[in-house]
Design a protein around this ligand. Structure first.
Ligand SMILES: *Cc1c(COP(=O)(O)O)cnc(C)c1O
Length: 223
């Protein structure tokens, strides 16, 4: 790095370049950039806020609880998504912290979120996470149970159930998995499809993503 004469682009320039690539892939459609700030310091998130970025994704409740409440004071319009697995004993914290929980994937978690929402008088928007490749180690409702679970969540949470989220298998062509998730969202009349990360967001957008979750291409690799 030290003898590279080209200056590093600023975060604002990186965001602008990313948005330009998203716009080309979206061909006029509106796609939300979820800036994945996990492991990154609040100072970097502040730079992103200064560059106009408002939607952020974190994968741990405790980390988000430290970083985001102070940022919300200065930026009440920021929009924070939980993109990592949620334990039922953190449902209350999650309901208070997040504007959207993208990882609703089992009935017990639905129970915990419903109870927390009732107690706190606030229910975030929700996405059902589908284990689209039926991988045993991965979170998400199993492919075969997804239709029934989505219908049940729709009945329970109404319009707060906004759509579906998935992470396709690593080292496979993601397009068939993306298309499968989009078809599922279409089938249930759900508007949001959160698919696509740094390596494959253009493919995801071409397949019908309405939200892409981008970390390393935006904030740099996570050590
Ligand atoms: C970390 C993470 C991302 C961002 O991944 P990058 O490859 O860094 O863009 C997206 N989605 C989820 C669920 C993640 O945990």
């Amino acid at each position: 790095m030290a003898d590279n004469p080209t200056p590093e682009p600023s975060l604002a320039e990186t965001i602008a370049a990313l948005r330009a690539r998203m716009n080309r892939a979206a061909a006029g459609r509106d796609v939300t950039l979820v800036a994945v700030s996990k492991t990154k310091p609040a100072s970097l998130i502040e730079q992103a806020l200064a560059a106009g970025q408002r939607v952020f994704g974190e994968n741990r409740v405790q980390e988000a609880a430290v970083k985001f409440p102070p940022l919300r004071v200065t930026h009440p319009d920021l929009d924070l998504h939980l993109i990592g697995p949620l334990q039922t004993n953190k449902a209350r914290d999650a309901v208070l912290l997040f504007d959207m929980i993208e990882t609703l994937d089992r009935p017990k978690l639905a129970d915990a979120l419903a109870a927390a929402a009732e107690r706190e008088g606030a229910l975030p928007n929700l996405l059902v996470q589908v284990n689209i490749g039926d991988e045993p180690q991965k979170a998400g409702i199993a492919r075969a149970e997804a239709d029934g679970f989505i219908r049940a969540m729709r009945e329970r949470f109404g319009a707060n159930l906004r759509g579906l989220m998935a992470i396709p298998p690593l080292d496979a062509d993601p397009a068939p998995y993306f298309r499968d998730l989009v078809a599922m969202a279409d089938h249930h009349g759900l508007p949001e499809r959160s698919i696509g990360m740094s390596e494959d967001f253009e493919v995801a957008i071409a397949c019908g993503a309405t939200m892409v979750r981008i970390g390393s291409s935006l904030f740099g690799s996570r050590g």
